[in-house]
Design a protein around this ligand. Structure first.
Ligand SMILES: Nc1nc2c(c(=O)[nH]1)N[C@H]1C(S)=C(S)[C@@H](COP(=O)(O)O)O[C@H]1N2
Ligand SMILES: [Mo]
Length: 259
């Protein structure tokens, strides 16, 4: 049996091809496929491979634990940028973010420019979850915001879109903001929301005002704060450093930060 030189793992196709070739020569007399030990072994390993392929996808739909309000951290500490402090951000803040807009563009049928007021009129989800930062601290808070799925449906996400890129308003140097990206499994996860409130209060600047991503099955750095734009793309390699996020580009953080 030959295996594909391209893959270190035996592909399912190669396994099935090998199975046909291997059993054909073995069949004699009253031997039936079902009683053939090699056939059975190969059949079961093909079935197991199918399960391995499905399993990670199924687990990724599982919900992150949710907590009671009395389990909340007294203070949700900020991390990374605590205030973008750029002239344009300060002007938006002074105007209570009335002039702020969230752009939704890229591979969508209907690009959107959403105001905070418009986001407030959409259905909301409230969730009390634990935020885990790679730097070794956690905090529990209650987030309120619009399920990302509803915004994507409104924009008419193209079937060619494979990732969403979240562009932020803090300047990390050279005019480039923080950015992050997620795939469509996380984009459509029920706990993935665009949050504008923390613990029943409008988001403080330090926690990402006026809008931040909550993607609860991931570590803290995926939760982009100070959002200005969501771009649907089919490939991350052409975006900024090509690794899908600010820390991924400069410090080798894992793009997939699932917890
Ligand atoms: N725009 C932006 N988003 C960001 C960051 C940042 O520096 N800028 N830091 C990330 C990291 S490492 C963490 S742990 C969380 C912190 O969220 P918090 O400030 O509300 O605690 O935001 C994430 N999102
Ligand atoms: Mo973090």
């Amino acid at each position: 049996m030959t295996t594909s030189p391209r893959s270190p793992i035996v592909s399912r196709r190669a396994l099935l091809t090998g199975l046909t070739a291997g059993t054909a020569g073995l069949l004699t007399g009253c031997d039936s496929l079902a009683r053939n030990e090699r056939f059975r072994k190969a059949l079961f390993s093909a079935e197991n491979m199918h399960k391995w392929l499905q399993r990670p996808l199924q687990d990724r739909d599982a919900l992150a634990p949710e907590y009671r309000a009395d389990q909340r951290s007294p203070f949700f500490r900020p991390n990374g940028t605590a205030n973008p402090n750029t002239e344009s951000y300060k002007a938006l803040w002074r105007g209570k973010f009335a002039d702020w807009r969230l752009m939704v563009d890229g591979l969508v049928a209907r690009p959107l420019s959403l105001s905070l007021a418009q986001l407030h009129t959409m259905p909301q989800r409230i969730q009390t979850t634990r935020h885990d930062c790679v730097e070794g601290w956690s905090a529990i808070g209650t987030w309120r915001g619009v399920p990302l799925k509803l915004v994507l449906d409104a924009a008419g996400l193209s079937s060619r879109a494979r990732y969403l890129v979240f562009h932020c308003m803090d300047d990390m140097g050279g005019g480039n903001g923080y950015y992050e990206s997620i795939d469509m499994v996380d984009a459509f996860h029920p706990q993935t929301i665009l949050a504008h409130a923390l613990n029943e209060q409008p988001l403080e600047v330090r926690n990402g005002a006026p809008l931040r991503l909550r993607v609860e099955r991931h570590l803290g750095y995926k939760h982009a704060k100070f959002l200005s734009r969501i771009e649907a793309v089919d490939d991350l390699s052409r975006i900024r450093g090509g690794k899908g996020g600010y820390w991924e580009d400069i410090a080798g953080y894992e793009w997939y930060a699932g917890i």
